[in-house]
Design a protein around this ligand. Structure first.
Ligand code: GSH
Length: 409
């Protein structure tokens, strides 16, 4: 039986740090995939806020009912379950030094690095100055680590401790995105140490092959064809804005109230087992004259690099679909492996056209929309596979496993 549940995401650095600590100490944890979004329904639920009142990840729930939030506390607690562990140091000074590096990694390194790569990944609004400032602050912190590791093999003492596993884990996403060859060459001690730590069996068991980016990723604004700007009206002729301008109605509102209740379907999908209960419910209640089904696939699979970055693209697209939430449901997933992946999905859309629903997202043009026929067996299977997010797809004769995804509901 597992020692407890870890709420987190397998691609999330703080989650990785605890999974590695658990592996290194033979502690079995059950990973419960939980979004890194304190505003997600599950994260706000009473059940989850009992475990972590902040709604963030990671969080721990022991088989004995003990709950704990905060990555450092969980990593130390999990490690200390192994009475013979050497990962917490030998002396009180060792232990204090380990805490020093855990705190430096969690409160200094990661936030600055995140401030650099998160906007580049589309996880936060992009502002050049903010990103430049974050990258400078992050490189200053990295130099502190590099100076220390120039004179020391490991962070504390002469052998690997939790400080090394934890700090390296927190750097995995940074090495995959912004700490490119140039940065690594400028910080050779950090690069050497990172390589040693991620090649330890406990680390490899969690992250099989950490990515070292060749060149820092660039910010790519959502793809949208420029609409020609209307000529600016002469200042004198400029009409005064309507004081009480009414919010424009969503074009799909004109279709009226459908018989098929989309929210009821979303409830079925959220609360019931997908294949045995929710999907049969869907086909029994689906009204094709009111809602259409669409395969929505990314047009630029060959530009995708890391699977978690592809998954972030889906997350960003779904966030920008917010204005159409009343009219659509869908799931999209990333299939394949790093540098060899594809984004596929299926949406249920009010009406018979896709544009009115997807037009709210500037990046709608990055996707192909293919209308599906609910009476066609292959199309029905596609709907089920995409919504169940539990089977591989075949691309150019090769099997691509489903690695991550988002549901828009
Ligand atoms: N101080 C917390 C920070 C946790 C945290 O910020 N987690 C991020 C993911 S690494 C999160 O869940 N963010 C979601 C949000 O802020 O909405 C810790 O060390 O565990």
């Amino acid at each position: 039986m597992a020692f407890g549940k870890l709420y987190g995401l397998s691609s999330n650095p703080r989650t990785i740090s605890i999974l590695v600590a658990a592996k290194a100490n033979d502690v079995e944890l059950e990973l419960v995939e939980t979004q890194a979004n304190a505003n997600a329904d599950f994260n706000k639920s009473a059940a989850y806020t009992k475990v972590n009142p902040a709604g963030k990840i990671p969080a721990f729930e022991g088989a004995n009912g003990y709950t704990l939030s905060e990555a450092i506390a969980i990593a130390v607690y999990v490690t200390s379950q192994n009475e013979k562990t050497s990962l917490l140091g030998k002396t009180k000074q060792d232990y204090a030094s380990i805490l020093r590096w855990l705190s430096f990694a969690n409160a200094e390194l990661l936030p600055r690095l995140g401030g650099w790569y998160r906007p580049l990944l589309g996880l936060e609004a992009y502002n050049k100055k903010t990103v430049d400032d974050a990258s400078k602050a992050a490189l200053k912190n990295l130099a502190i680590l590099n100076d220390y590791l120039t004179a020391n093999t490991y962070l504390v003492g002469e052998r690997i401790t939790l400080a090394d596993f934890f700090t390296a884990a927190l750097l995995t996403r940074a090495f995959a995105t912004v700490l490119d060859k140039k940065v690594r060459d400028a910080n050779p001690a950090v690069a050497r140490w990172f390589n040693t730590i991620v090649n330890q069996p406990a680390f490899k068991a969690v992250v099989e092959s950490p990515v070292l980016v060749a060149e820092t990723i660039k910010y790519t604004p959502p793809k949208k064809e420029e609409k020609p700007k209307a000529a600016a009206p002469a200042a004198a002729a400029e009409p005064k804005p309507e004081p009480e301008a009414k919010k424009p109605k969503h074009p799909l509102e004109a279709l009226g109230k459908p018989e098929f209740v989309l929210d009821e379907w979303k409830r079925q999908y959220s609360n019931e087992d997908t294949r045995p209960v929710a999907l049969p419910w869907f086909w029994q209640n689906y009204k094709p004259e009111e809602f259409s089904l669409w395969a929505v696939d990314y047009k630029y699979d060959n530009e995708l690099k890391l699977t978690f970055m592809a998954n972030n693209l889906i997350g960003g697209f779904h966030a920008r679909l917010e204005g159409s939430r009343k009219y659509i449901f869908g799931a999209q997933s990333v299939y394949g492996t790093n540098y060899n992946c594809a984004i596929r999905g299926v949406f249920l859309v009010r009406g018979q056209e896709s544009t009115p629903a997807f037009d709210v997202a500037p990046d709608m043009e990055s996707y192909d929309y293919r209308k599906l026929d609910h009476t066609n067996e292959a199309d029905r299977k596609l709907v089920e596979d995409m919504w169940a997010q539990d089977v591989s797809i075949t691309v150019d004769g090769k099997e691509y496993p489903c690695v991550d995804g988002h549901v828009f509901k």
